[in-house]
Design a protein around this ligand. Sequence first.
Ligand code: NA7
Length: 535
Amino acid sequence: MGIDFDAVIVGAGFSGLYMLYQARDVLGVSARVYEAGDGVGGTWYWNRYPGARCDSESFYYSYSFSEELQQEWVWSTKYPEQPEILSYLDHVADRFDLRRDIQLSTRVTKAVFRDEDDCWEIHTDDGAMVTARFFISAVGALSAANIPSIPGLDSFEGDWHHTAAWPHDGVDFTGKRVGLIGTGSTGIQATPVIARQAEHLYVFQRTPNYSIPARNYPITPDQMAEIKANYAEIRRKCRESYAGFPYDITDKSAMDVSPEERLATYERLWGEEGGFKFIYGSYYDLLFNKDSNDTAAEFIRGKIREIVEDPAVAEKLAPKHYPYGTKRPPVDTDYFETFNRPNVTLVDLRETPIAEIVPSGIRTSDTTYELDVIVFATGFDAVTGALRRIDIRGRDGRTLSEKWEEGPTSYLGLQVARFPNLFTISGPGCPGVLANMPTAIEHHVEWIADCIAYLRANGFTRIEASSDAEDAWVEHVREVAERTLYPLADSWYLGANVPGKKRVFMPYVGGFLPYTQRCQKIADGGYEGFTLSTM
Ligand code: NA7
């Protein structure tokens, strides 16, 4: 039986585009990408909600693999908006002539491993089936939308949208009463923008968030020239860091400095720098030491109380029940300020939970909010959701979804035992979602490409993570997470946002550099923990 492709890749976002480039143009193997959307871009194709932008700075939230690409592309601002990132990815697809191997508007529905000839049968929603030696998931860790099953949604007479499936021609909120559910990074970006247009915006908050101002600015030609001249150093810093960000890491604990010095640091990071530097460029132990964390958390609560004029609203917006940074820290522009607008109301769902959706709006335990539009900014079935929605069957016929019923397992976040020749870019158990994604993605893609090159050079047709290596890695991921404050929050890192999802801390928090070094050592040692074989 012949095989149609060396590699089939699912998804044409940051991961899938680069995986295709590596497979086809670097390794020289045949590859096909299937993408459900009718354009490339992944996250940046789907998330078109008002205010959607990157929380990482443009000059490092981008590919590093091509010097020409990074030298020719010009970013307009520190934090680009969704359309700009989408046009960057469109440019990448054109520049590297990737489109001819991408089949758009096609969803992979099923994939079955064929034991007899070490290949995958991949089924798509157009009724076709192709075979491939390697099946590579580039489906994205934050792509399976989480729409809560609130009773009565079907009865709602207005419009409703999830932020990750936003209409391409936009939504006009003018004169509308809007209810927005969710105050994660997405809700926090969307709130100020919707509030400026809507007649009235009701923000339904289940958990308040420690959001840091972005301090966005346009990048001048001189600044861009300086960034371009320094790309080598910026990229080196990203690769050698704890989380893929090019920030200078301090070895100081927040408890090692005087209260005055700490306050000055936090004021500078809040007032001038903004964004992720607050967590990744302040004190090394904010995520390890509760006392240190308390100093940052209290500082942020103080800022919320300063900004929000109504003290009762400020108290509701000030997070108190989990440490700062243990849920993904949002980055905002005028989020807390928006609650001073007369057309914005905060609804605290801890006090008055949603009872149901009714034809005219949302009914909480104490009143009904009359609405024309409901916006679900309720996040994702993160990391595992998109893969579990595909019927993937490994060598014993068991599905990946069944295997992960009791929590996700993987070896290095790259492979799953009993699923040979399946690679999972940004799978569970890797630093990806905690890191600067493009840096983490480039690492995974290059590791997979090197692995395929090794298998081909040595005549192997199959690679599979051993169950022992997988068990040991899952245990290591758990044990490293236990040493941090992360498990103290009900976050999507833990699957806590999806009812019924097994609570397992999914990202690897042992540090990006130690992780990549370990992956390299495993590869250099002939893929320790994997079984390599020939048909
Ligand atoms: P998040 O960060 O998961 O935020 C989702 C928000 O929706 C969060 O405030 C949730 O509250 C809330 N939520 C979820 N389900 C419900 C229900 N049933 N009722 C009320 N509120 C609910 O998703 P985002 O899209 O904001 O961000 C995802 C990632 O994208 C982000 O971390 C970045 O990496 C980019 P909760 O906190 O669970 O109580």
